[in-house]
Design a protein around this ligand. Sequence first.
Ligand SMILES: Cc1cc2nc3c(=O)[nH]c(=O)nc-3n(C[C@H](O)[C@H](O)[C@H](O)COP(=O)(O)O)c2cc1C
Length: 204
Amino acid sequence: MFYEPTKRNHGLPHDPFKAIVAPRPIGWISSIDRKGSVNLAPYSYFNGVGSHPPMVMFSSEGAKDSVRNISETMEFVCNLATWDLREAMNRTSESVPHEVNEFELAGLTPVPSKLVKPPRVGESPCALECKATEIVQMKGPDGSPRDNYVTFGEVVGIHIDEKYIKNGILDAAAMKPIARLGYRDYSVVTELFQMTRPDETKRR
Ligand SMILES: Cc1cc2nc3c(=O)[nH]c(=O)nc-3n(C[C@H](O)[C@H](O)[C@H](O)COP(=O)(O)O)c2cc1C
């Protein structure tokens, strides 16, 4: 089949796009506004986009609380969403008034960050403290503005629960990170496999 998204002519009961760009890691974003009101929400249009220095991005469909807060304070934290935290993560996606603190809503522990003001999720095995670098309003092919906002940030501090470090390697499968697909689907990482890049073999 072939379809054009703007024509919505896929003929299926639900749009399959998110099932194709999948699985997507979940950035569980904590932020704070200029008055100190705390926010926590999951974003699966999220990824790492650089290593040296580490950079991340997430995309908000509409100017949601997270992006509004970050535009005020230019700081955020990406917490790792895991199998054990899946229900709490889902709870924090609820549309609630700006002043509602989703840490309280989901029974999560806000732990002070070291280098940024938004707290991290104490229950999460990894957290990336970030300074926002740009908030970009997306455009269509004709240059017209879209109601989508991509926040980029540089990771300035990284927390890792050391129980997941084995022989110097972070054991991702032990943390069981969850990822988002289409529809109501999620996946969970429990198995890994290794491959060696062709260039690495040549160098040996
Ligand atoms: C797993 C998951 C992933 C999500 N990813 C996104 C996303 O990438 N972009 C987005 O705009 N909303 C996304 N949402 C919806 C937001 O989490 C939801 O609108 C939330 O209320 C936004 O909170 P905020 O206004 O406090 O930032 C996602 C929800 C879930 C459960």
